[in-house]
Design a protein around this ligand. Structure first.
Ligand code: SF4
Length: 409
């Protein structure tokens, strides 16, 4: 048992840099008080119906044959190594589940011996868990690039979600920091998985009893700030992944320097969390607001402004399109107004069918106007109170933010 706990500490620590859950990397001791946050072991994700699920987050092995410069588990790093057997990982998950610590499993792995060997072990662990222990909870696994197609398909029938981490968005950065990885070997399995998901959807619409293949789809992760890649490069890559492979999510992980290397930011550099946050906001705009990467950034403006969010920045750069008359513009155009999201846009479209909306009507139906008022007219009337100029609006929004902070203290 002691051996198993030691392995769990090592392999949960190695998994914490994967950001598919929000509690990654939290470390807070409870000092004898109620509640605790462990730096390893349990993380959270959200199901399609919005429930928060706790997962056992762990590596199958940290014994990697690859030498990706940015990674704590790389072969040249002098750290404690460990590997779980498939039976061990299955039993551990089941026991944690029985004790009500977790509801699912997030299983990743370093590349041990070779991609097929590693994926075989993950497959065996999942088979034991599903068939011997009868576990039907949520399982998210990491796909190992260069794994044979058959094994990848087998994994797809055992897991709910699979992710192949692209990590770096350009061939140039991969060459520099992860020379054993190639863009093609990362993208091909994503394409194959997407084809299989479509095929399975079609099969299941015809045969109700057909087995589900990756019902929660596929995702990936990119590291922010380990390479010289700009936000534009990262976002363009995400756009391609959403368009071509119907990815459910791209996760962005602010690079935490773990090694002194001239190719990487120095070890005492803070992770670029604000940049990561702006990328998540922009990613949201791609997925739910019909924006394209090329509209938000360009070869000339390659990184997001850290002061204002990507949507309001887009509005500043396209100020000639404003103000928009909320009683006339389409749903898609409403979505482009800063401060108006899909819920508010939906309400506006529904309500304006009966009568033209004024400013008070917007408030009544719950539209938040503190930003939007600078970009709209209601029945021809403008309520911003200042000229529509990015500088003046920035000033007003800055004032608002300051007074919010003062009232908070
Ligand atoms: S293959 Fe994965 S685990 Fe191995 S060094 Fe590269 S990033 Fe780390």
């Amino acid at each position: 048992m002691d051996n198993l706990i030691t392995k769990l500490k090592i392999l949960a620590e190695g998994a914490k840099y994967d950001v598919s859950c929000s509690s990654s990397g939290v470390e807070r001791k409870n000092k004898g008080k109620i509640g605790s946050s462990r730096s390893f072991g349990i993380c959270h994700t959200w199901s399609s119906d919005g429930r928060c699920i706790s997962l056992l987050k762990v590596l199958m092995s940290n014994n990697c044959i690859y030498d990706c410069t940015y990674c704590i588990n790389r072969v040249s790093n002098d750290i404690k190594r460990a590997s779980f057997s498939p039976e061990e990982i299955a039993k551990l998950t089941f026991e944690f589940y029985r004790r009500n610590y977790i509801e699912g499993l997030f299983l990743s792995s370093a590349v041990e011996k070779n991609p097929d060997y590693t994926s075989e072990n993950i497959c065996k662990a999942l088979e034991i868990l599903r068939f011997k222990y009868g576990f039907s909870g949520y399982i998210h696994v990491k796909g190992i690039p260069n794994t044979s197609k058959d094994l990848m398909n087998k994994l797809g029938f055992l897991a709910d979600r699979l992710s192949i981490n692209i990590e770096l968005p350009s061939e140039k950065s991969l060459k520099l920091l992860a020379p054993q990885k190639k863009t093609k070997t990362l993208l091909l399995p994503m394409r194959d998985l997407n084809n299989k998901i479509m095929e399975n959807r079609d099969e299941r619409s015809r045969y109700k009893k057909a087995k589900k293949f990756l019902p929660a789809g596929q995702t990936t992760q990119m590291i922010v700030g380990a390479s010289q890649d700009s936000d534009y490069q990262l976002l363009k890559t995400s756009q391609i992944l959403y368009d071509k492979f119907s990815l459910k999510r791209v996760f962005y992980s602010a690079y935490i320097p773990v090694v002194e290397n001239s190719l990487l930011p120095a070890v005492n550099t803070k992770p670029p969390l604000k940049r990561e946050h702006r990328l998540y906001q922009a990613d949201w705009l791609l997925r739910f607001y019909n924006f394209r990467a090329d509209e938000l950034l360009s070869e000339e403006i390659r990184n997001f402004d850290l002061e204002f969010d990507p949507k309001i920045n887009w509005a500043f750069n396209n100020i000639g399109q404003f103000p928009k008359e909320i009683n006339k513009v389409s749903y898609d155009e409403l979505l482009r107004i800063p401060g108006i999201g899909p819920k508010s846009a939906g309400r506006i479209v529904k309500e304006r069918k009966f009568f033209p909306l004024n400013y008070d009507n917007l408030k009544r139906i719950g539209v938040v106007l503190k930003r939007a008022k600078y970009f709209i007219t209601c029945s021809g009337k403008y309520y911003g109170g200042i000229d529509i100029s990015p500088e003046l609006i920035k000033y007003k929004l800055g004032e608002m933010e300051n007074s919010r902070q003062i009232s908070f203290f």
